[in-house]
Design a binder for this molecule. Structure first.
Ligand code: ZN
Length: 68
């Protein structure tokens, strides 16, 4: 689960020249805390969906490995 969230955070957080931008709506710049709050307020549902979609994909991947 930690890996799922990590791979998503690299998609939703854009950092350029030490400044942080939102990878979903491209707004910025934010401080670390500001971006975190922005993501929670504006993109909470989208992020939850991304997490679910990713973990579904990972589950499929692993069950494929085990089942041949
Ligand atoms: Zn945003």
């Amino acid at each position: 689960m930690r890996r799922v969230v990590g791979s998503i955070s690299s998609e939703i957080v854009v950092s350029r020249d030490g400044l942080l931008y939102c990878g979903i709506c491209k707004r910025g710049t934010f401080t670390k805390r500001g971006l975190y709050l922005h993501l929670l307020r504006v993109h909470r549902d989208e992020i939850l969906e991304m997490v679910e979609e990713k973990s579904r994909r990972i589950k499929r991947f692993y069950s494929g490995l085990y089942n041949g």
